[in-house]
Design a protein around this ligand. Structure first.
Ligand SMILES: [Zn+2]
Ligand SMILES: [Zn+2]
Length: 380
């Protein structure tokens, strides 16, 4: 069909094959819900009817344009839904499968996947031609999708290498958390820090990642779990998640507060889920000599982290990063699902609101002002 004809149909409000509503970032801080037309599936791609997509801090930064996303782009970088159509050359997934759409693809063949570092897969990080086109807007322009997902939409076009099919009794909202929040939080504890039972852990920041880290540390058998957040409501949630002590980092030097609780030494593991470079530096310094700090947060592109040399270079501290928890999605996600199903993990501590697609701006505002821990967009 000619582009002009498709555009005319979209403008006339008539729905045709591929028409759907999506929240499109059309410029810094501008998020418009509009009718768009999903492009035909390229080889290796599948169409997924969206069930639930969390609105996480990364999406706020994407919406603000500080993370390098070029408009127009459909936001929502991890999601879940039901497979509706397979493009050419797709294997390993069927129409009707209920799938988690993971924030990080795993091709299994690139330089990084071959070295076991699926968290750095080239399918997401090395794209000389830019992110793949996903949908056509009414004005004829072509939209991409954040994280190659675009979950703030009724339908997603995603790479078949970034979905995990599951047979689970979890709700859509719970499963939607598996593509980024649960994996980054738990993977930081189990895969990256590899917390040893009985050792002391500090969690810096008690948003959704921090709350999953606390639950993970509890499951790992940590000794003390010291949670830090300036927000009293989030500190309450941290206690419910399993924190043994909560601290307000604005009340006194957080490093000194943590040392005071650990016989003057500091913790063995500091898990950072806050974002600001100051919080990351404090996380490193609240470990004892030889301790490990896991970083997950990011400020706008170009932000820098500086660390004092002696505590790191001479005092044996390890500083590592955790991109999506370094999970292997087909191995880790089904295990995390089982832990949610049998009640060892509690999603209700993390999810604090649900929003229809038309209320995506409210979801963004709630995330920006920390009124929600995590709001979830439910497009249907
Ligand atoms: Zn790969
Ligand atoms: Zn996320």
């Amino acid at each position: 069909m000619a582009d002009a004809e498709a555009t005319a149909r979209l403008r006339a409000g008539r729905r045709e094959e591929g028409a759907m509503r999506a929240a499109v970032m059309t410029g810094p801080g501008r998020l418009d819900v509009q009718e768009v037309e999903l492009l035909p599936l390229a080889p290796g791609r599948i169409r997924v009817r969206t069930g639930a997509t969390p609105f996480c801090a990364t999406d706020v930064m994407n919406a603000d344009g500080v993370f390098g996303k070029e408009p127009p782009t459909i936001l929502g970088h991890a999601s879940m839904g039901v497979v509706e159509e397979l493009g050419p050359d797709v294997m390993g997934v069927r129409v009707g499968d209920r799938v988690v759409v993971h924030g990080t693809a795993e091709c299994g063949r690139c330089f990084y996947c071959a070295r076991g570092r699926t968290d750095q897969c080239s399918v997401i990080f090395d794209r000389p031609d830019g992110p793949p086109p996903v949908a056509r807007l009414a004005d004829g322009s072509i939209a991409t999708a954040a994280g190659n997902v675009g979950g703030y939409a009724e339908v997603m076009s995603v790479d078949a290498r970034q979905v995990v099919a599951l047979d689970s009794r979890l709700s859509d909202v719970e499963l939607g958390l598996l593509g980024c929040g649960v994996t980054t939080g738990l993977g930081s504890v189990f895969n990256v820090a590899a917390v040893v039972p009985g050792s002391d852990v500090a969690v810096v920041g008690c948003g959704q990642l921090g709350l999953w880290m606390i639950q993970g540390a509890r499951l790992a058998g940590a000794g003390q779990i010291i949670a830090l957040d300036p927000d009293a409501g989030r500190r309450d949630r941290a206690v419910k998640a399993g924190a043994t002590a909560v601290l307000d980092p604005d009340e006194a030097d957080p490093v000194e507060q943590v040392r005071a609780l650990t016989g003057g030494y500091g913790v063995t593991y500091a898990l950072e889920a806050a974002g600001p470079a100051l919080a990351q530096r404090q996380a490193v310094l609240m470990t004892h000599r030889g301790g490990t700090t896991v970083l997950t947060g990011c400020e706008p592109l170009g932000a820098k982290l500086s660390l004092p040399q002696v505590p790191v270079a001479l005092h044996g501290r390890t500083v590592v990063s955790s991109q999506n928890g370094r999970v292997r999605m087909h191995h880790d996600i089904p295990r995390y699902v089982r832990m949610l199903e049998d009640g060892r993990l509690d999603a209700s501590l993390v999810v604090s609101a649900e929003f229809a697609l038309d209320r995506v701006e409210d979801a963004m505002e709630a995330a920006r002002t920390h009124r929600t821990v995590i709001g979830v967009i439910v497009p249907r």
